[in-house]
Design a protein around this ligand. Structure first.
Ligand code: NAD
Ligand code: TDX
Length: 335
């Protein structure tokens, strides 16, 4: 199988590239990524020389640059590329609309034009909005996104669905809960808190710290997407989550505890605007239909993740300094 993976230099995309090359060594991957601040080819340095892997620096809104890649003939598009950080979407929504909506539409058009057999849109549970104290998101939950980020992801989902209804494209949409694991950009809760705790900096907890997220180890997300790529029923959306609800304070305290740092580092700061209170996923459909089962439990997964960041302090430094960005611009700019 030949996969066109977009956003493969980011957190989940790079884990997915590693996952596929390990689990399906005969598959070929073209990874396209525009290398925004969140894209880092260091995440893929160990697969760079694999003959079944190729990186091309392209923006998913750039139809002209994408076209030759579709002409090569591909079997499936897996679209990870996105602006992914809620706080940034509050400051600067424009780029979220451009990449997340217009980029998706460009990919869908090319999928249609070149008769690509399958298109998988990597979406998020945030499109469903927020939950009260009880209940779970199912695939039938109405879309009620609350942030510019989630609104742009919901807009993309609707376009994907429309290309199925109107043009008969074989599409799937996956909606996963919060991921954690190696290579996550340290603007997100878990790597940010690890980084700050290691440097004895304050840990900024929004609001009362009691917002709940449903955490899933990134490899389990990758295995779910892999199943959808191979077995997903045309036109269907699949929720992905491992029933690991934790409030933010619990997550932060676990990190401090693992790193032997004092809880006095916790600092409550002004709440995020429109901050969703609780996410929780019902993943019955993907479990029953496709036989998906997450392998990692949260307690060991989070410890493994903290150890990974401790063993990769240089990676963290590079990502934060921004120096890598300049370096790879020079390396890959003309490709
Ligand atoms: P990320 O920000 O770490 O990575 C995004 C990648 O997309 C980066 O490599 C970036 O360079 C690339 N990119 C951005 N704009 C681009 C453009 N215009 N053209 C080409 N490439 C571009 O994000 P992530 O956390 O890995 O998320 C990946 C996908 O999974 C996103 O679609 C996100 O909405 C979804 N998702 C994330 C989570 C999570 O917990 N992180 C949960 C559910 C769904
Ligand atoms: O400094 C912080 N302090 C804090 O209290 C940060 C960065 C976050 N938080 C809170 C906000 C959330 O309740 O922690 C929780 C998690 O925040 P993020 O890591 O920003 O993730 P979230 O907003 O839940 O969105 C993530 O999961 C769904 C990803 O960033 C999205 O791309 C994905 O769709």
């Amino acid at each position: 199988m030949k996969l066109l993976v977009t956003g493969g230099a980011g957190f989940i995309g790079s884990n997915f590239v590693h996952y596929i090359l390990k689990e399906h060594p005969q598959d070929q991957i073209i990874n396209i990524d525009s290398l925004t601040y969140a894209g880092n080819l260091e995440n893929l340095s160990t697969v760079d020389s694999n003959p079944n892997y190729k990186f091309v620096k392209v923006d998913i809104t750039d139809r002209m640059a994408l076209e030759p890649l579709f002409q090569e003939g591909i079997d499936v598009v897996v679209n990870f590329a996105a602006e992914s950080h809620v706080d940034r979407s509050i400051l600067e929504p424009d780029v979220f609309v451009r990449t997340n909506i217009m980029g998706t539409q460009t990919l869908l058009d090319l999928t249609k034009q070149y008769n690509v057999a399958k298109y998988v849109q990597v979406s998020t549970d945030e499109v469903y909005g927020t939950l009260g104290d009880t209940g779970l998101f199912t695939e039938e939950t109405p879309l009620q996104p609350n942030s510019p980020y989630s609104a742009s992801k919901a807009g993309a989902d609707l376009l994907v669905r429309a290309y199925h209804e109107t043009f008969g494209l074989d599409i799937n949409i996956t909606r996963c809960s919060n991921n954690y694991g190696p290579y996550q950009f340290p603007e997100k809760l878990i790597p940010l808190m690890i980084q700050n705790a290691l440097s004895d900096k304050q840990l900024p907890v929004y609001g009362d710290g009691l917002n709940i997220r449903d955490w899933l180890y990134v490899d389990d997300h990758c295995s779910a997407i892999d199943l959808v790529v191979r077995k997903g029923r045309p036109g269907e959306a699949y929720n992905i989550g491992g029933n690991n609800e934790r409030n933010n304070i619990q997550v932060v305290k676990t990190i401090l505890n693992e790193l032997n740092k004092p809880e006095s580092l916790i600092t409550y700061v002004q709440d995020r605007l429109g901050h969703d209170r609780r996410y929780a996923i019902d993943a019955t459909k993907i479990r029953n239909e496709l036989g998906w089962n997450p392998k990692h439990n949260y307690e060991s997964g989070i410890r493994e993740t903290i150890r990974w960041y401790l063993n990769n302090l240089e990676w963290m430094e590079q990502v934060r300094s921004g120096a890598y960005q300049q370096y790879y611009e020079t390396q890959y700019g003309e490709r």
